[in-house]
Design a protein around this ligand. Structure first.
Ligand code: C5P
Length: 236
């Protein structure tokens, strides 16, 4: 038997009313990988499903925030009612962040940005073993660190959340990133065989200047809410 319309309405009102904890807040989220062209058919990229960033964008919107999601190419659908900016490269992601950040209250950098890009993207498909423009000799240059660039511009009322996917020394690396990138908190997690990438569940550690707070493993959707709760604590 279906619940009456009245009961349903009460339920919806209760669920939605108590969750609008981010009404009026402007949230910027980066998600997914960046892709850096080698030639028209090849690229350098990172493993990233985009699930964490998309879950954060969805959760922030559900809680009433005005959300901009800057995303590299992923195969999951964009959340509805969110401003989505599609980018490919780290340079494009940086530009989109520079435009969106000044009006953001909270920025969460969950994208897996490629650290390096080919110095020149060839306009034709490179040949194996060819003497000129050999595939074996691709010159790489460093991409800008988007989080560090934006972190350096953080205003007193803005909150910046960084992420760190590590195979070793998770906490020490996160603490170093916190300082280097001028973030308020780093959401750190261990990656590797069967962990984090593309999975639906994840456990993280919140690392800030004062403490380390570890979560149990939970669905990425639930984790998104926990991450937003943490981010809100830094808002002044
Ligand atoms: O230095 P590392 O890549 O481990 O730092 C991870 C954090 O920095 C993530 O929040 C990631 O989105 C961000 N990042 C970035 N631009 C880069 C590299 C990382 O924004 N070029």
């Amino acid at each position: 038997k279906l619940p009456s319309e009245d009961v349903l309405l009460q339920y919806i009102l209760k669920e939605t009313a108590c969750e609008k904890t981010m009404k009026g807040k402007r949230v910027l989220v980066t998600a997914g990988p960046t892709v850096e062209a080698i030639d028209p058919v090849r690229y350098i990229s990172n493993r990233s499903s985009g699930k964490t960033g998309y879950a954060i964008a969805r959760a922030a919107r559900r809680r009433g925030a005005d959300v901009t999601l800057i995303t590299g190419p992923v195969s999951i659908p964009a959340p509805s009612d969110v401003h989505v900016v599609h980018v490919n490269t780290a340079l494009e992601m940086l530009q989109a962040c520079e435009e969106a950040f000044p009006s953001a209250d909270i920025a969460l950098f969950s994208a897996a940005v490629a650290d390096m890009r080919p110095a020149h993207a060839a306009d034709h498909k490179l040949k194996k073993g060819a003497a000129d423009a050999d595939l074996g000799t691709i010159t790489l240059v460093e991409n800008p660190d988007i989080l560090a660039t934006i972190g350096a511009k953080k205003g007193p009322h803005q909150v910046v959340v960084g992420f760190a996917a590590e195979t070793d020394n998770v906490i020490a690396n996160a603490q170093a990133k916190l300082v280097k990138k001028n973030a308020d908190v780093i959401v750190a997690n261990r990656v590797g065989e069967g962990l984090a990438f593309g999975t639906d569940d994840n456990a993280v550690c919140f690392v800030d200047a004062d403490e380390i707070d570890e979560t149990p493993s939970m669905p990425k959707d639930k984790l998104a809410d926990v991450i937003l709760d943490h981010a809100l604590e830094y808002l002044r």
